[in-house]
Design a protein around this ligand. Structure first.
Ligand SMILES: C[S@@+](CC[C@H](N)C(=O)[O-])C[C@H]1O[C@@H](n2cnc3c(N)ncnc32)[C@H](O)[C@@H]1O
Length: 293
């Protein structure tokens, strides 16, 4: 099983075997393109990219997509920088690195320094949270761990190799769907920020968050893809809204108990129900109907 480079809220490592069961029902994957539209920590892309002709890893968070671009092209320089950060790690260093995005020259900073900062903060901040303020500045305090290991060279090089057959894009999920990019027979994995169970559950991954309106336009896109003959697998939290939005896709294995690994507080790490649904049956039925007519 692929290890990830980042601790990411909603990371899908524990769900991978269940996603694999669904992918196994799809034939001809070696000729299909796999779209991971909300890639986050990337565990799904890295685990399954070898089953497909090609993979597109997308996320709206540019810091993550830029990081993957650096690992794809410059892993050794990045590892060198991470080693330096690991050796220098202490409270003052943490806040010095965290404050880089408050500097007006931050945008001009080289890609390797920015990527190293993203990993370093992710591995040393409180609970691996990703949270930015309204200006897009990272604002999570330092974590409590005494010893840190911010990277594993073997994992890095493994992911570097996998990225050679992965395109990295930075769009709102709707962009690729709207532009008719996934074609019939392609496979789209959708893992949006969780639909909110309560108002204080953790769903902030970017400055804009993900609203109930976003959940609804996403479900509409799933319908569009189904009509287009594109296979879709969706995970989300199990709420009244997701139950309604994905009702037609539920099967007997769609409600899953998953222990969330990252929460804003210890109490929000409790076990919660999630959903995993797919449209494979509907797409196959449509294909058969079209063959008959
Ligand atoms: C639940 S996480 C994905 C976790 C990922 N599957 C993993 O295994 O780590 C949701 C991701 O969606 C991204 N996101 C939020 N809004 C988005 C949007 N409108 N379009 C694309 N990605 C978005 C966030 O940046 C975040 O990385």
């Amino acid at each position: 099983m692929s290890k990830s480079i980042l601790k990411w809220a909603g990371g899908k490592t524990t769900l991978l075997p269940k996603i694999k069961v669904r992918l196994d029902k799809i034939s001809n994957k070696e000729n299909a393109i796999f779209y991971d539209l909300f890639a986050g920590g990337g565990s799904v892309s890295f685990e399954f990219s070898s089953l497909f002709k090609h993979t597109v890893l997308n996320d709206i968070n540019k810091e993550i997509t830029d990081l993957y671009k650096v690992i794809k092209s410059n892993p050794l320089e990045l590892i060198e920088k991470l080693l330096e950060y690991q050796q220098k790690h202490n409270k003052d260093f943490y806040y010095k690195i965290r404050s880089l995005d408050r500097d007006q020259n931050y945008k001009q900073l080289d890609g390797i320094t920015k990527a190293a900062r993203t990993i370093y903060l992710n591995k040393t901040c409180f609970n691996g949270l990703y949270r930015v303020n309204s200006k897009g500045q990272f604002n999570v305090p330092i974590g409590r761990q005494a010893k840190i290991k911010i990277y594993d060279e073997m994992v890095f090089m493994e992911i570097h190799k996998k990225l050679q057959n992965i395109d990295i894009t930075n769009h709102d999920f709707n962009y690729l769907i709207n532009n008719n990019v996934p074609k019939p027979g392609d496979v789209v994995y959708i893992d949006p920020p969780y639909d909110k169970i309560s108002d204080n559950s953790f769903v902030e991954y970017s400055t804009n968050g993900f609203s109930s309106y976003d959940q609804e336009r996403l479900a509409k896109d799933v319908k569009t893809l189904t009509e287009r003959g594109v296979y879709v697998i969706v995970s989300n939290s199990y709420t009244e809204r997701t139950k309604k939005l994905y009702a037609e896709f539920f099967d007997k294995n769609s409600i899953i108990k998953v222990r969330r690994l990252i929460g804003a507080s210890v109490s929000s790490r409790n076990q919660v129900d999630e959903i995993l649904v797919d449209n494979i049956k509907q797409v196959k039925e449509n294909v058969n109907k079209n063959k008959k007519t």
